[in-house]
Design a protein around this ligand. Sequence first.
Ligand SMILES: NC(=O)c1ccc[n+]([C@@H]2O[C@H](COP(=O)([O-])OP(=O)(O)OC[C@H]3O[C@@H](n4cnc5c(N)ncnc54)[C@H](OP(=O)(O)O)[C@@H]3O)[C@@H](O)[C@H]2O)c1
Length: 432
Amino acid sequence: MGRPSRVYHLVDGHPRPWGECVAPVAERVHAAPPKAISFEEAVASYGEGIARHLSASRAASLARPEAQAEGRGMARGTPRTAQERANAFASEIVGTYAPAHRNRHRERSSRVPKMVRDVPGEDSHGDPVLVAGASGFLGRAIVRALARQGRQVRGLVRDSARADWVRADGGIPVVGDVLDRESVLRATRSCRGIVHVAANPPATQGPEDLARRVRVEGARNLVEAARVNRVERLVIGSGYWVYPSQPGTVTEDSVVRPEGEAKNNYDAERVALDAGISGSLEVMVVRPGMVYGDGAWFRPTFDAIRSGEYRTIDRGENLWSFVSLEDTGAGFATVLESGRPFQVYNLVDGHPRPWGEFVAHVAERVHVAPPKAISFEEAVASYGEGIARHLSANRAASSAKLEALGWRPRYPSFPDGVDSLIAEIERRPGRT
Ligand SMILES: NC(=O)c1ccc[n+]([C@@H]2O[C@H](COP(=O)([O-])OP(=O)(O)OC[C@H]3O[C@@H](n4cnc5c(N)ncnc54)[C@H](OP(=O)(O)O)[C@@H]3O)[C@@H](O)[C@H]2O)c1
């Protein structure tokens, strides 16, 4: 029993250098030991508070003399060294969430508890949130946005090789698969929130319809894990393609008519919303528009425009709704934090523009002639009807509902965001 009016340290009694703790983590994920930077560089990169926190020396003593004499408290039960705990911590992060076919990690970590440990920093707050699809285009931006807000973010990755991406984005990697219920259950333990943007590109869709399973069965597994672990909030990432092509402004109340891949997104929405309504889990849906960043659809489109191969359909006068990748991450973070339960939020920059204008702008920026036009019939013959219809669809969406939560796009219309994106691509031609 603690004595009244006393303060007790809760430490293991074996202070060790921080550098000695991170080295075994690197070893576990088969990476070189972290490189060092100077204190001044750390201040420049992370801010003074974090730099001072990371370089602080606090070798705390464990117990008051009276507690040790009485054999109380942690002094009795902490036989492990800091090195052993660091190893166990690394195993827990990268290993215990591996599905059955990744037994190498399971064997290594068989003697450590299967709890995710978080890495609370001075600036992180609240319970952890899990991003499923953390190594993907949207997922990485969401991890970055949440980490920037100081949240403890776990990033679900299928392969520990992608763990570095999550770390680089400010999150803590956990290896798992949304189709592996056990791994999802473990990854969401003690979480307050979940974001589901795990997706399998339709191009890799096999006979089992993996693209559909990752979205829909993945949503079901996350809902179930949320229930077991009493997670409070779940955000399902979807897409504004659930709305049909239409004149006028697309709001969250507009009719939906999901087709093709959009049906997977829509069914994932339904699975989560229906399950949430009948329980205590608060479910929100985010429907981003055309997200431009260095990846996904933008990069191949950019390359085709630059090489002169790109073709618009007719004059490309149909309106699309765009949003930058950075604003997308921030939008998801806003909905996770402040979205009203069981509501859908469009995530677009609020200035729909003709698709033809978008591609002409990109062409001008890279000093090539504007793309030539082909007719709808020629597009059908070249790309198939589905793509031709998608490219010529009209979807001018509004984000007013999301803006009412306080979200404001940093790039309120595409030219600003695209110009800085192109500048970044030209500085660093490889993909992010
Ligand atoms: N890109 C856009 O412009 C856009 C716009 C609106 C909506 N959306 C929607 O947003 C969602 C995500 O799109 P995205 O562009 O970010 O896709 P993406 O770049 O292909 O990322 C998908 C992520 O899901 C992960 N994943 C795949 N199968 C998994 C599984 N079984 N378990 C756990 N993780 C798994 C992938 O991991 P690996 O790294 O291991 O492959 C990857 O991290 C999709 O539903 C898409 O329709 C996208």
